[in-house]
Design a binder for this molecule. Structure first.
Ligand SMILES: Cc1cc2nc3c(=O)[nH]c(=O)nc-3n(C[C@H](O)[C@H](O)[C@H](O)COP(=O)(O)OP(=O)(O)OC[C@H]3O[C@@H](n4cnc5c(N)ncnc54)[C@H](O)[C@@H]3O)c2cc1C
Length: 546
């Protein structure tokens, strides 16, 4: 960007300081990459959105050094992640789905972390503090990006500093659009969103109701769905496991006039009785299940809600967005450090868009199954017909909704396969479902977690550079591969793990893991052409992109 007239230059401009932009700032900060994040707003969110962090997102928090803070700020250890379906708290329970693998603090089998509930009200400030703790990260609030122009080897962004009411320009080698569903960048680039025709209109009521569970007999639950005779579904989401909730109410009339919503009345109607509470705020939001047709144009990348939008019922929006920046962070770092191949960044879209399509597809299907439940006019009646309606709906709900709320396969089992920077070893792909995760080192998958020592997971090693694991007592000496990495200037550490059980889990004696923890290559022996493998995994094998 030699001849740029711009007063400000940055290697990476992150647009948007929501959780996805902040996550990218943490990832780049951890890798020592300089970046500038501009956020049009000021301060932490004052109205709740995402709460459910899956185990993979918690692994990212762990890598960024904040998982303990997220645990401490999130739902208390003993608060159950139960999904409960009731008519009202004063009347009948319809169904209950327990999620024993969620909540608490003990790690689950396949991850050193557990899914954690931590609303953005608490998460975003933790991410902001952590991002600011890196010398290489600069955050400017009250700065709104107005336009971007591609200019050869850089992108020029025009930013409005709302505090000073001044405009300034930034020249960035790369721009990552993390500015959410209303992105001006995606629209300016002419990138469309495709997917389900569904559009849902909602209001979200933020309410404080201390120890709500003490006022009814159905116990604590993270997600409560109220079903009435007209088939109206309202959701009460516990935000902190103590006193804060978000009540979601569906309806275009409410959406069109959020200021006229009778929040008190809706809360009382859903709960079914008077309980001490305080309405804190009411906001409207709309839901769609769509994915951007492209995730990249030149030096500009879309991530998070800027790239995909989904109904939040399956808790996938933020989690998918954090996966995007996990994929992008090390690639940007590699390009700026000079060892990334010419096409490395072009692997972002073919790796992440299929994950977006899969997750948003799941959100759409599971949300459809909720909307398509038959209505039962007797559902709230204290009669044999009412009891039968509840039994019937309960059975149907447990069958359909378990898939919605248990998504460990989506969280941990996504694979970058096929990918132009992953070496396919010809083995058949592992079967995977949205609910179940199966540990595998199938190329492109997340390298499985296993404890190496108390509190130390094998995945804690995968951060800055590639890691070549030698597994088992007889693993080959990989000097030729090490030499090839050194020749290309690609950071590599070789780690020998002489443990038969771990060697079995990892399936091959040599497993090469990328800085984002995904398997890039695996084999029984050092490859015949080690330089070809290094060039493939660093995105320099241009033929792989055809
Ligand atoms: C009611 C609700 C509940 C949800 N629950 C869950 C859940 O449990 N789990 C889950 O995974 N997801 C959930 N989601 C989805 C989740 O909230 C989003 O996926 C997530 O917030 C996306 O983060 P983001 O950083 O991409 O975008 P956003 O959070 O939208 O952040 C974008 C940021 O960019 C800023 N910005 C926008 N334009 C500009 C500009 N031109 N210049 C500078 N800054 C700009 C905005 O001010 C904003 O701060 C929920 C969503 C809703 C509405």
């Amino acid at each position: 960007m030699s001849s740029s007239p711009s007063p400000l230059e940055t290697p990476v401009l992150i647009v948007g300081g929501g959780p996805v932009g902040l996550g990218l700032a943490c990832d780049l900060g951890m890798r020592g990459v300089s970046c500038l994040l501009v956020e049009q707003g000021e301060g932490p969110p004052d109205h709740p959105r995402a709460t459910a962090l899956n185990a993979r997102s918690m692994e990212f928090m762990r890598r960024w050094g904040i998982s303990e803070d997220v645990h401490a700020a999130g739902t208390p250890e003993d608060f159950p992640h139960t999904a409960l379906y009731v008519t009202t708290f004063a009347d009948f329970e319809i169904a209950r789905i327990e999620r024993p693998g969620h909540g608490g603090r003990a790690p689950i089998g396949p991850s050193p972390e557990r899914p954690q509930r931590c609303n953005q009200l608490f998460l975003d400030p933790i991410l902001t503090r952590r991002a600011k703790s890196f010398d290489t990260v600069e955050i400017r609030q009250l700065c709104r990006l107005e336009s971007v122009t591609e200019a050869g080897d850089h992108v020029v962004a025009t930013i409005h500093d709302r505090a000073k009411d001044e405009r300034f320009q930034v020249a960035a080698r790369y721009v990552v659009d993390c500015s959410g569903g209303r992105t001006v960048i995606r629209r300016a680039l002419g990138i469309e969103m495709s997917g389900s025709p569904y559009v849902g209109y909602f209001v979200s009521i933020f309410v404080r109701a201390p120890e709500l569970w003490a006022h009814h007999a159905m116990g604590k639950a993270a997600l409560v769905t109220f079903v009435d005779a007209k088939g109206l579904w309202r959701n009460l989401i516990s935000l902190d496991g103590r006193e804060l909730y978000r009540l979601g109410v569906n309806g275009k009339t409410y959406y069109d006039a959020p200021d006229q919503v009778d929040a008190e009345g809706l809360f009382r109607e859903a709960i079914g009785k008077d309980v001490p509470h305080e309405i804190l705020s009411v906001r409207r939001w709309s839901a769609r299940n769509v994915v951007a047709d492209r995730y990249q144009q030149g030096r500009i990348f879309l991530a998070g809600d800027a790239a995909h939008l989904n109904h939040p019922a399956a808790g996938l929006g933020l989690n998918t967005g954090l996966g995007d920046v996990d994929n992008l962070g090390w690639k940007l770092a590699a390009m700026l450090a000079g060892w990334g191949g010419d096409r490395l960044l072009d692997s972002y879209e073919p790796e992440r868009r299929p994950v977006g399509l899969r997750n948003i597809g799941h959100a759409n299907t599971s949300h459809n199954s909720e909307r398509q439940q038959a209505t039962h006019p007797e559902i709230a009646m204290d009669t044999p017909a009412g009891a039968e309606a509840r039994r019937e709906m309960g059975a149907s709900l447990v069958g359909a909704q378990t898939k919605r709320v248990i998504t460990d396969g989506l969280a941990l089992g996504y694979q970058y396969a096929p990918s132009p920077i992953v070496s396919d070893d010809g083995s058949p792909p592992q079967p995977s479902t949205s609910a179940e995760y199966h540990a595998t080192t199938f190329p492109g998958s997340r390298a499985p977690h296993v404890w190496l020592a108390a509190g130390r997971s094998i995945i804690d090693m995968f951060d800055q550079g590639f890691t070549l694991l030698r597994l088992g007592a007889d693993a080959p000496q990989p000097a030729a591969l090490e030499g090839a990495f050194a020749q290309r200037g690609v950071p590599l550490k070789v780690v020998s793990v002489d443990d038969a059980a771990i060697a079995r889990l990892y399936e091959k004696p040599l497993v090469l893991v990328r800085p984002d923890g995904h398997v890039a290559w695996r084999g029984e022996a050092v490859p015949a052409d080690p330089l070809a493998v290094v060039d493939h995994v660093r995105g320099a094998d241009t033929a792989a992109f055809n």
